[in-house]
Ligand binder design. Structure first.
Ligand SMILES: *Cc1c(COP(=O)(O)O)cnc(C)c1O
Length: 384
């Protein structure tokens, strides 16, 4: 924390990441691990996270959303398998071959065009099928499967699907998992239809973090967790469900801490307004610290006048509105706070912690969104 002079940085704990990957590997059992590094590795920094994962025995796969992310993953030295769950533009089909991407297919047209390209170039394509089981976002319905099967028979480059998958709509938000059970039955039914059409996917997969943690019968051949790798529970409900089944407390540890430095300290008289909209007014002689962080950096504007940061292990309240690049906190009761002192926005400082989940509650959102919106402006530093 004191070794460098950055004003805005994110620390990534290698040991926490290793611990979380080990926990997920244990939960996965014999299933392969496909860890999600989409959305800049949930805001952590894709290059840094992939760099660390490359040195580990597991996972077998990383999963991205876009071809742009796939490019960064390969540039970061990842040589193992790479699944892509997001859409493909037509001009990106060749990149699927060049970057050795396994796309998840949700429509006939894309599959047909990929098959044609594969045949023309004499290359086999590894693709996964997404099956519609009730999330109604992406996914092939039972009516579409015969056409899909005939595309597999039409092209030599498409021998069989590398995988068949689905995604649950309602595991994280509830402790009642009836809908997930229904989707699991639908998945089995659709796989049965594929079998009747003589289409045999090699790997079946359905489980994100919550399903990986809670339900062994969703694991099949591969699991696709994301948020748990970064040391965060998908939700309180997932944590509760897990603990009610007697699960241990110590599965995951947050990988990320977000810090900055005080860039100015100033004294204010009573009755001074602070920031845009004059939403805060001092009631007494006050001391304010200006921080080089704003909503551009991923510190949500809804945290105005609500959140706290940590300085010297103590809570400093946010005063006034979060600006685009700056914010103000009160340090009247932290007299030792000085220019260039470190500030913790997310993470631990001595015995105090501001968790991602706490920020999410203050901001009226979920931990996923707080993480995914962390800006590229913060330097990423890998720590032990
Ligand atoms: C993002 C995503 C995951 C990972 O979800 P987590 O809740 O972060 O574990 C898995 N599968 C699909 C299809 C996803 O989009």
């Amino acid at each position: 924390m004191k070794q460098h002079s950055h004003l805005n940085w994110i620390e990534l704990s290698r040991s926490a990441l290793k611990k979380n990957v080990d926990s997920l590997a244990k939960l996965a059992g014999n299933a392969q691990l496909a860890l999600s590094v989409k959305s800049n590795a949930y805001g952590h920094g894709l290059t840094e996270i992939v760099g660390m994962l490359s040195t580990m025995e597991r996972p077998e796969y990383v999963t991205v959303h876009s071809v742009d992310e796939a490019e960064l993953v390969r540039a970061g030295g990842w040589t193992k398998k790479l699944m892509m769950i997001g859409p493909l533009a037509e001009h990106q089909y060749e990149a699927v071959i060049e970057l050795d991407i396994e796309p998840v297919i949700v429509d006939e047209i894309t599959l047909d065009q990929l098959g044609r390209l594969g045949d023309r170039l004499g290359r086999t394509m590894s693709v996964h099928l997404k099956l519609e089981t009730g999330t109604n976002r992406q996914g092939l319905t039972d009516e579409e499967l015969p056409a899909i099967a005939s595309i597999f028979k039409k092209y030599d480059s498409l021998q069989y699907p590398e995988g068949a998958s689905t995604h649950f709509a309602n595991i994280e938000d509830t402790t009642n998992h009836e809908y997930a059970e229904y989707q699991l039955k639908e998945f089995t039914r659709l796989c049965g239809i594929l079998a009747e059409l003589e289409i045999k996917p090699r790997l079946l997969h359905t489980a994100s973090s919550a399903a990986t943690i809670l339900f062994d019968n969703t694991h099949f051949d591969l699991v696709r967790p994301g948020i748990a790798m970064y040391g965060h529970w998908p939700s309180k409900e997932t944590y509760l469900s897990y603990r009610l089944e007697g699960g241990e407390n110590n599965l995951f540890e947050p990988v990320l801490s977000w810090r900055c430095r005080i860039t100015q300290v100033k004294n204010l008289a009573p009755d001074c307004f602070v920031g845009y909209g004059c939403t805060y007014r001092t009631t007494a002689q006050s001391r304010l610290a200006v921080l080089p962080i704003g909503y551009y950096d991923g510190y949500d504007r809804s945290l105005s006048n609500i959140a706290y940061v940590l300085i010297d292990g103590k809570r400093a309240p946010v005063r006034g509105r979060i600006c685009m690049n700056l914010m103000m906190v009160e340090v009247t009761d932290i007299p030792e706070a000085q220019l260039h002192d470190p500030v913790t926005l997310i993470g631990r400082d001595q015995s105090e912690v501001i968790g991602v989940e706490q920020l999410a509650t203050w901001a009226g959102t979920i931990n996923y969104e707080i993480l995914a919106r962390l800006g590229a402006s913060a330097r990423r530093l890998v720590t032990h």
